[in-house]
Design a protein around this ligand. Sequence first.
Ligand code: HEM
Length: 353
Amino acid sequence: MIAFVTPPSPVWFFARSAGFISLVLLTISVSLGILFSLRRRSRTWPLFVTDQLHSYATLVFFVFLGLHITTVLLDPFTKFNVTDVLVPFLSPYRRVWMGIGILAAELALALAISGWVRSYLGYRVFRVLHYATYVILPLALVHGLATGSDTKSGWGLAVYVGCVLCVGGLTVVRLRENAPSWRPIRFPALAAGAAGMGVLVLWIANGPLASEWVKASGTPASLLSPAPTPSPSPLPTLALAQPFVDNVTGTVATSSSTEFSASGSAVGTVPLTWVLHVLANQDQSIGGTLDVKKDGASICSATVSRLTDQGFVATCTPANATGTITLLLTLQQGSASQVSGQLQVSGANNAGG
Ligand code: HEM
């Protein structure tokens, strides 16, 4: 059971899926209602089938809405209590947008109840009340778009767009019908619908699809994943903290009896680049520098002190380190000005602090 409810749990995914299914079923129910009010019935289907489809779609919508609400309540992620999910605008989680969903659900329930007691209300009252259906879907859409974690996904947006197009299109057809009672409101309703659509698109672009929406929508700070604290980047000198031997390749820039310079890279343990510049002194000793860089930054500007049978020996005390590192760079001349060899780092145990 614990594994079942530890976030992100299957319950949370189920809750969100049930939200989408509820929305689609609500769209189907509203669409069927509009279709039947248009008297568009299939001649091949018995009348009771078309009439009852609307009722069944509504019933299944309530089943999934019930599952949506119950699973949201059960999931420990948002830590809702019963009041949070039943009383609009009390939930600490995305208060406004959750509140709008609760309003939509309660309005839908009130309308369903009005349908069941239609005979007591009278047809006229029931019909007027039923127009409130046109408010439920926009409320549910805004709720899903604003609270939903899947709004930014392509499929999520496609579901929302599909629902809007379906009910929006049928509503336009309904308004264009020549029913005399609709004529006075036809133009204002179409204008209001078009304006509403524009506002919806602008709001979606600047709200739920904006990068800061998770925070702006009212997600409690306790649920926001903490901003990733940048892990202190290891000091570049740590690259030399352990002794190692790597193969190197490079190119010779100058090669004469008094001067030698070359540069290249080391491949293997640590990706490094190196620049060697040595001069021969009058007394046959040599001096110069062996600069070792990591990510373009110098991590060891070593003084070349000797040329032994093995290669150039250099020492450095890297910044932020207490010990001395000994570098041994062995180079063999390849074709043209190419060189290859090894870079050996030792005595590095004290370094890299
Ligand atoms: C007509 C009624 C409702 C419909 C059609 C509906 C539909 C939706 C949809 C489509 C989503 C988006 C899911 C996602 O993006 O993953 C959603 C999210 C959500 N709904 Fe509802 N909902 C309704 C009512 C309610 C009610 C009454 C509650 C109260 C418990 C509620 C709680 C939630 C919560 C907490 C989320 C957010 C999930 C998340 O953060 O991803 N909804 N709903």
